[in-house]
Design a protein around this ligand. Sequence first.
Ligand code: ZN
Ligand code: ZN
Length: 186
Amino acid sequence: MNHPTQIPLDIQGAQRFHGHFCPGLSLGIRISEIVLREIGPHSSDEAVVCIAETDNCALDAIQYFTGCSAGKGNLIQRDYGKNVFTFIRRSDGKAIRISARPAPRPAEGDPPAPQSREQRIQAILSAPINELFEVRPVEIEMPDKACILTSIPCVECGEATMSTRVRYFRGQPYCIPCYKALTQKP
Ligand SMILES: [Zn+2]
Ligand SMILES: [Zn+2]
């Protein structure tokens, strides 16, 4: 892989973690480069939080390289379908917003040059960062640290359910699937 990064990244490792190499993973590699340079590798203890506005392949590279992960709770997903990622450093509140620039539109009457998957990957890996992304500092409220909430057993299935997710029906606590099954009955 031709990759000009100044920060050595274990790209093979990211590929193993994700399962394949694709344009989305490549985008995530370039995003991680920005984050490691601007925010630093501080995510071992939720010290960096990522808010991702999409759920595509790029997220796996971001989890692998920046330590912002779904399980630790410092990767917050908003399903807006946008390649926009905001990273916040807890120690001083520094935050950057990284948004992928739209691919350049071909001129009128000019058919787009067909690009293979491999060509797209190489183009993403070798492009200058500012051609791929707009990166700007932002002011943002710090999301709460992941905390252990009390759980309540659902009266229907008996499974423990986080108290913030419990739904009440006639004063009884239900988990969301049981609540839906109960209230959506014809
Ligand atoms: Zn992928
Ligand atoms: Zn239930």
